[in-house]
Design a protein around this ligand. Structure first.
Ligand code: ZN
Length: 317
């Protein structure tokens, strides 16, 4: 959706609220007390009332927008900005665009939208031919104690910046139309990136189990942490390769790693390790929906209605 169309469709708070209600009606409201699905709409209080037990549900309750005091319009603008460009938006830039006085509520809104994107993508498994490799993304560890940070600074002469290992998986298929001279032999389909606490083989095994269908072919280099992959998928092709030539056997994973780095580091000066997953989720969500066009706006709005805000506060992984 372009900006003109967005402004025409959602000129004010009422238009946004009506659209939000329309989606809630389509998805269906469930009573939190009795689980009833049938409700009356009360126009005066703008609430649903359960036909069975009379419990009231506000329009935002049970959605990602619950507990946010920001207008619907802010959410709509944020969803538009975040889905209409390939780029990422910092919460500071979002705050400037909205002209809102406070940073914190805008930061929470943007963050909840990223989490919603991650939850949505988490419902799918990758399959077909899956390239798998780890990438390293620069982050700051905000969880560390002051002493630890001081120790690192004296040791290395800079803050606690470090490289977070990220498992990157790219689902591909053979591209029979590809002309060998200038194209990759496979076509790219979907990507997923998971921040790893460590690179032990059990960690890799868990990530593979949770994200890749059993009847897939997984391609990797011959790194030892990958030795258990074959137990979790139909076939594991591991190729011995020099680190500098790894892009030849895993071309899409490495294209995605460099695209993600360019997208994230160009916008966000420094990403805390704690939130790295959310930024990666936003990147993957957009890449995976690159052919959806303006539908991405509606899809994310639906995801905001179907997901509970509580899942967006606590880490769901
Ligand atoms: Zn009820």
């Amino acid at each position: 959706m372009n900006l003109i169309k967005f402004i025409e469709s959602f000129p004010d708070e009422k238009a946004c609220m009506l659209k939000f209600k329309q989606i809630r009606d389509d998805v269906g409201v469930t009573c939190r007390k009795c689980g009833g699905k049938q409700h009356y709409w009360q126009q005066t209080t703008l609430q649903y009332q359960c036909k069975h037990c009379k419990t009231r549900t506000t329009l935002r309750s049970g959605t990602v927008l619950q507990s946010s005091n920001l207008p619907y319009r802010y959410w709509f603008i944020a969803i538009h900005l975040m889905t209409s460009t390939k780029k990422s938006f910092s919460a500071l830039e979002m705050q400037r665009q909205l002209g809102h006085k406070f940073y914190e509520p805008v930061w929470y809104m943007v963050q909840k939208l990223r989490k919603t994107m991650g939850l949505r993508d988490g419902k799918y498994h990758l399959n077909k031919i899956v390239e798998l490799d780890e990438g390293f993304f620069e982050s700051v560890d905000t969880e560390k104690s002051k002493d630890e940070k001081l120790q690192e600074m004296t040791k290395r002469g800079r803050g606690s910046q470090k490289q977070s290992p990220v498992m990157v998986m790219a689902s591909t298929v053979y591209d029979f139309s590809s002309k060998k001279e200038y194209k990759k032999p496979t076509k790219f389909r979907y990507v997923r990136m998971i921040v790893m606490d460590n690179m032990k083989s059990e960690t890799v095994e868990n990530i593979v189990q949770e994200n890749i269908d059993y009847d897939s072919v997984v391609k990797t280099d011959n790194y030892t942490s990958y030795n258990k992959i074959k137990e979790n998928v139909w076939a594991h092709h591991s190729e011995k390769v020099n680190r500098k030539d790894v892009e030849k056997i895993l071309p899409w994973v490495h294209t995605m790693i460099s695209n993600a780095k360019r997208t994230l580091l160009g916008i966000h000066h420094m990403i805390s390790k704690k939130y790295m997953q959310d930024y990666l989720d936003e990147f993957c969500y957009k890449v995976n929906r690159r052919y959806f066009g303006e539908n991405v706006f509606d899809r994310l709005l639906v995801a905001c209605v179907t997901n509970n805000y509580k899942n967006c506060i606590h880490d769901s992984r």
